[in-house]
Write a protein that binds this ligand. Structure first.
Ligand code: DGL
Length: 260
């Protein structure tokens, strides 16, 4: 089946990267809305408009399912897209439940973009999990632009993260939830700053498990076969060697981040 992965930018590659490891028999389209990234600091209406255009394009590519590999777009627009289209649509959910299941006695720091943090969806999730006292929320929106510039571990990035994390006593926390797909690129820099007991959790595996169930796909984590992927920036097919090399560089960084 042809499956689309959609994100505001290159964050969704972290979900695609995982999918390439476990779904060798599918065909993928990766759509990064590079004309409009970042989404996280825009209004919900703006994001809804961007997602609507991307969906129009993707549905016309005859895909069998769409993964909204972006927490911000999921928060702002997934409900509207499900009302409009009947194909399977899978969104991202910050891995708060998994963090609390694994480490019930400690708090979890949920990091995401501003829209996600302010959105009703995350509040509803926290209420559903009865996790008010256990989940603290922090917007780290600047990381999106750092990631798009391929700036992952400069002194500026490190200082930014040190400053943001200085508000917390991490002895009370078990983990940091990466509630934005762009944040996976910074696991090594976060690892350097945070105490060693802090674990990083993302929603990638949960999203893909749901995709597999919903679209009836067959996972095979042992296969060495690489699925075919076509890349698009805001509806334009990526063909230049330079841009394909850029995407490849991100994927290789994700190989490293996967191990942390
Ligand atoms: N990658 C997106 C997410 O998961 C959002 C980044 C942005 O455009 O602000 O939230």
């Amino acid at each position: 089946m042809k499956v689309a992965f959609f994100d505001s930018g290159i964050g969704g590659l972290s979900v695609l990267h995982h999918a390439m490891k476990i779904l060798p028999n599918e065909e993928f389209i990766f759509y990064a809305d590079e004309d409009n990234v970042p989404y996280g600091t825009k209004t919900q209406e703006q994001v809804l408009g961007y997602v609507d255009s991307a969906f129009k394009f993707l549905v016309a590519q005859d895909v069998g399912a769409i993964v909204v590999a972006c927490n911000t777009a999921t928060s702002a627009a997934v409900r509207a897209m499900r009302e409009k289209y009947s194909l399977p649509i899978v969104g991202m959910e910050p891995a708060i439940k998994r963090a609390l299941d694994l480490f019930p006695a400690r708090k979890v720091l949920v990091t995401a973009t501003e829209i996600t943090i302010r959105g009703e969806k995350i509040q509803a999730l926290i209420d559903r999990l009865n996790a008010r006292e256990f989940a603290e929320l922090r917007a780290l929106s600047e990381l999106v632009e750092f990631a798009e510039r391929m700036e992952f571990n400069s002194a500026t990035v490190e200082n930014y993260l040190r400053e943001e994390f200085s508000a917390y006593d991490f002895s009370e926390f078990s983990s940091v939830v990466l509630g934005c797909t762009h944040f996976n690129y910074f696991k090594d820099t976060m690892r350097k700053i945070l105490p060693t007991h802090i674990k990083f959790l993302d929603g990638n595996a949960g999203t893909l498990n749901y995709l597999i169930k919903l679209a009836n796909l067959k996972a095979d984590a042992e296969s060495k076969k690489l699925p075919r992927v076509e890349y698009f920036y805001s509806g334009r097919k990526v063909t230049s060697t330079k841009e394909l090399a850029r995407l490849e560089k991100y994927l290789r960084r994700l190989d490293e981040m996967y191990l942390i």
